[in-house]
Design a protein around this ligand. Structure first.
Ligand code: GLU
Length: 290
């Protein structure tokens, strides 16, 4: 078996649709072609939205598609201590700050931040800073909830710039990016690494797990291209290896919109119940027969 390891990492917050099938099958096929391993990881840190019934449906759909994976699968909710340890490492380096703002306050801050001519505030990302110590102490004394955000400014200072953050794109980014590229971690602003409600956040958990699980290539949709740049930065700050990335195109429905639950894409379960076969799913997705 080669050293190739990839993964499919769904969140059990809904049913899978064709877009998920495309990611999962692409990863599985890539592992098979490389003589490597395909892992399944359940990204269920958001206890408010994750449901055991959705996890069960995911396993059923993937098995129906013909995929198999080593068990037990890694379920993120069972590994919170790993993410807290990574968070502490970043915090100890002075890279994080507490953010007490509500979602509304973050949006207002973005809207009132200076943006260049022709630049839409909606496309501007949030960059903040720690509160003055006395104000922070007062809010903590009042037990106001806060998130931990990564300070891009501090990260840049610690690393001496972002120019050395290279990564290998084996697929294609949204603008056709391919091959060796330099990460642009500013694309998502000062990201939240620990949410107010669940104490950790996606980027941190994904990076920690990709390293712990020895993932050598991340296969996922081009909608996560900006996330990859943030994750490359986290790998540098945490001293973790960087996998290769293979972003794939996004599937569009007949209406030209991205196939997603919110756009009314049918679930795999519904397709199965209507008599669609796994082979037909592959054909619909433009994938070679299994
Ligand atoms: N849980 C994330 C999702 O469902 C995984 C993304 C990733 O591949 O890192 O979109």
């Amino acid at each position: 078996m080669s050293g190739y390891v990839t993964r499919f990492a769904p969140s059990p917050t809904g049913l899978l649709h064709l877009g998920h099938a495309y990611s999962a099958l692409s990863a599985f096929d890539a592992a098979r072609a490389a003589g490597g391993r395909f892992l399944l990881r359940i990204e269920d840190i958001d206890a408010t939205r994750s449901r055991p019934a959705f996890e069960a449906a995911i396993l059923e759909d993937l098995a129906w598609l013909g995929l198999s994976w080593p068990t037990p699968v890694r379920r993120q909710s069972e590994h919170m201590a790993d993410y807290q340890a990574a968070l502490a490492t970043l915090r100890d380096q002075g890279l994080l700050y507490r953010c007490f703002r509500t979602r509304r306050e973050v949006l207002d801050a973005i809207a009132s931040a200076p943006h260049g001519p022709g630049e839409d505030a909606a496309e501007t990302v949030f960059r903040g800073a720690a509160l003055p110590p006395d104000e922070e102490a007062a809010r903590l004394a009042e037990r106001q909830p806060f998130a931990w955000r990564l300070s891009l400014e501090r990260a840049q200072a610690v690393l001496g710039g972002f120019e050395s953050l290279s990564l290998e794109e084996a697929g294609q980014g949204p603008a056709g990016e391919h091959g060796p590229i330099t990460a642009d971690p500013g694309l998502e602003g000062d990201v939240i690494l620990a949410r107010k409600d669940v104490g950790v956040a996606y980027h941190l958990a994904a990076v920690v797990d990709d390293a712990l699980q020895g993932v050598s290539e991340v296969v996922r949709g081009a909608d996560l291209f900006a996330a990859t740049h943030v994750q490359r930065l986290l790998q540098a700050l945490l001293g973790l290896p960087t996998p290769r990335y293979r972003h794939h195109r996004l599937l569009l429905g007949e209406d030209g919109r991205r196939l997603a639950k919110r756009n009314g894409a049918p679930s795999l379960q519904a397709l199965r119940e209507s008599g669609v076969t796994p082979g037909r799913v592959r054909a619909l997705l433009g994938l070679a027969p299994a």
